[in-house]
Design a protein around this ligand. Structure first.
Ligand code: ADP
Length: 403
């Protein structure tokens, strides 16, 4: 469970003056949980505690938030939290934008469980726990990972399989990381002074999960993740694109069950599968550099090669773009990966300024491309929580969102 407390309202959104008051992370809910809590401007509090479920985790976080010794200005009791926004992974075709949560929305999120069996139930647990602890009078809002991609054209979202599979089972591309792609495209717009109509960018969210999006006139027209987050780029533990016949082959030749193959493709593939070492890009880069590890290098090379392919495809699909934007743990922090992704793309107009590239790490935002490059290159740290907070304000006040 990840959270932030953000002080915001319509005026603050307009002037970009929203303020983060606290943030935190509860890992390993259900066993000995690892808890990190940070009141803005103070030293992080790290602790371990056995937390039974999401409700216990949220209860612990709230107690800390309102304790006088935590000292968050403006927060003294539960009543000082005016609304709660939740990230929900799958909104399917039902939810194309953020919504105020009521019983019908909860039912709708439940209906999407079939498409996101790992994520949506956890998201619902957070919603139910917040309802129980804050009471029904505190508004809650759901912000969907799929929503930003909901305007993709049929040519991008349909798979070339019998059409009735789409009709009957809703098998199609939905795309994920939408809140992140939307945020970085919005920041790009602010940084460059462009309006939505002139926002033509390729966004690369490279974290543990990785995805690319083609954003034309401010709208996501294609993205690399598919019906589930398994498709597309090479990720920490996911394979990304493979020939679907490999699935059948493994079942017949290796005698693996459907569940086993699904688990291998989601949890033991990608960087960890190729390297046989780890899914952590930092460790792979170190292995390559310090021990000249062949498989670590191979994993990184394949990771970068796949991103290049998507950049090329999206540039063709969009009839050119103005900028490439890197975000996510790897995209924000690894000049080495950014440099390898962009090398050999000069013909397409993408050229990195290595000095700027090296300097732009650790949460820094800015341009890293050569001044005269035809396609600009940016690093923009993502901030999904801010988008969630802003959408929450807008949904509660019933104001249409712009970006
Ligand atoms: P998640 O997708 O789980 O939110 P993050 O966006 O935090 O993950 O990204 C995690 C990835 O970022 C890991 O593979 C980690 O190794 C990588 N990463 C973080 N810092 C660096 C760095 N300085 N250099 C290379 N990779 C990094």
């Amino acid at each position: 469970m990840k959270f932030q407390v953000i002080d915001t309202d319509l005026e603050k959104i307009e002037k970009n003056l929203d303020e983060q008051k606290a943030r935190g992370l509860v890992e390993r809910i259900g066993s000995e949980s690892i808890i990190t809590l940070v009141a803005s401007g103070k030293k992080p509090l790290k602790q371990t505690l056995p937390l039974r479920d999401h409700r216990a985790a949220l209860d612990h976080v709230i107690r800390w938030l309102i304790a006088p010794e935590t000292g968050i200005p403006g927060i003294k009791s539960l009543a000082d939290i005016n609304a709660i926004g939740h990230r929900v992974v799958h909104g399917a075709e039902k939810f194309k934008k953020s919504v105020l949560i009521d019983d019908e929305v909860i039912k709708g999120i439940e209906d999407c469980i079939e498409l996101a069996p790992l994520h949506n139930p956890a998201n619902l647990k957070g919603i139910v726990a917040a309802r129980e602890l804050f009471g029904i009078s505190v508004p809650q809002v759901a912000v969907f990972d799929t929503a930003f991609h909901s305007l993709m054209p049929e040519t991008s979202y349909l798979y070339a399989i019998p059409y009735q599979f789409y009709r009957r089972y809703k098998i199609r591309r939905y795309g994920f990381h939408g809140t992140s792609h939307r945020y970085v495209a919005y920041r790009y717009r602010l940084l460059t002074g462009k309006d939505q109509e002139h926002t033509n960018v390729i966004t690369l969210h490279l974290g543990n999960g990785c995805s690319a999006a083609a954003i034309k006139k401010g709208i996501s027209i294609d993205t690399s993740m598919g019906m589930t987050p398994l498709e597309g780029l090479v990720m920490g533990t996911r394979s990304g694109d493979i020939d679907p016949a490999i699935f059948t082959f493994l079942a017949q030749r290796a005698g693996m069950s459907v569940v086993e193959i699904d688990s291998v493709l989601n949890k033991q593939s990608g960087l960890v599968g190729l390297s046989g070492l780890t899914n952590d890009m930092r460790d792979l880069l170190a292995e390559e550099k310090e021990n000249n590890d062949r498989r670590a290098k191979l994993a990184i090379d394949i990771f970068c090669h796949r991103i290049k392919k998507y950049i090329g495809a999206y540039l063709a699909e969009m009839n050119g773009a103005d900028a490439i934007i890197f975000t996510g743990g790897i995209g924000e922090n690894s000049p080495d990966i950014r440099s390898r992704v962009c090398s050999g793309l000069e013909w397409l107009g993408i050229e990195i300024d290595e000095e700027l590239n090296k300097k732009t790490v650790g949460g820094k935002e800015g341009e890293i491309g050569k001044k005269d490059a035809r396609v600009k290159t940016f690093v923009i740290p993502t901030n999904e929580e801010l988008v969630i907070a802003r959408d929450t304000v807008r949904c509660v006040l019933n104001v249409p969102r712009q970006w």
